[in-house]
Design a protein around this ligand. Sequence first.
Ligand code: ZN
Length: 433
Amino acid sequence: MKIKIQPTLQRLERSTCNFLAVETVKRELKAAGFRELRQEEEWSIQGAGKYFMVKNGSAIFAFVKGSAKPGEEEFRIISAHSDSPCFKVKPNAEIYGDGGVVSLNVEKYGGGILYTWFDRPLSMSGRVMLATSDPFHPETRLFDLERGVATIPHLAIHFNRDVNEGNPLSVQKDMKPVIGFFSNERIEQVKSRGGFVRLMVAERLGIEPEEILDYEIVLYPFEKPSVCGVNGEFFQSARIDDLSMVFAGLDALLATCDTTTPATRVLAVFDNEETGSGTKQGAASPVLRDLLERINKGSREDFLRAIARSFMISADNAHAWHPNYNEKYDPTNHPVIGGGPVIKINANCKYMTDAEGASVFRSLCRKAGVPCQTFVNHSDVAGGSTLGNILTSQLDLRGVDMGNAIWAMHSARETAGTADQFAAIKVFTTFFS
Ligand code: ZN
């Protein structure tokens, strides 16, 4: 199995927000012959058929139906998330300053490392809703400006000599992106059309700004993903958490989707993990459980037996050992970049991993011929949580929480291991085979 990193980098580059990440996955599924199912329609699922369902445009669930009967069905699920920390553009976003300088009023989405967003070219992408004759069904249009249209300039060191000693930041004051400066005539003209954000998006889409009823727009770092390290051992990009796992799952599904297995293979990409998964397209909603019930099509008894037989890999990235901060890590369980996929373990059950789930994953790694590591928090550090346990409140599945070890999680530019990406694809492919 020869794997290259370029396809992952190209997907990261195209997937500049949750909606466009789902679009990237959807495009590849369609090209591989997967058929779209809509939640509101009646489904007719054929044996060995390949299908996907999109929820809210920001979550996507793809599956290949297994050959087993409903009473003998088993689901093999890989879950990951489409969203990443970023800044969302507020409604009525424009703030007008001296000299015609225009800034944007933004809100923080998730828990990003604010410092990393300064002094970079930023672009915008997202979805806008357009009016139609039916108020209940506005039209959705996705867009990506694909050019640097904003920047968040840092205050010069001369105004804050202590900046390197620690400098608390206010999102409302310090993080407002500047989009340019304009003449008074231009500002008045644009104001009368709804403001700069609406006008830029409308121009990009070839529509009138007045057609836009509402929007969800994010700022994203415009620099392209790249390989780095003397031997190309790292790759860097925004949104590696968790799109690297989404794309590893996608690669595994695409590599195995034309073979028949008794088990039904599922790739579940949820939205809103970074804000607690509490939306209709998030892992705390019944969306996956309902989907599995519709796939199974058997009795309640059949479905519950299928769930009891199933296994989930909850794939969300882990923290790699950082050579400058050894003291932050557990002395004996600190995964390194390049050391292979990481099983995440927590005594207080913040992760779904238990000895049984970890053993299943270790065996899969052995079978795939890839190394495997463990992450446990330093005992004085409270760690984060992820999808696994949120999902087990909806489905009492066996499973494991894992991910690849990365640096600078939630930075505007995260760093991951090239070999680890290949290893994740291999073990996921083994899981789906
Ligand atoms: Zn994550």
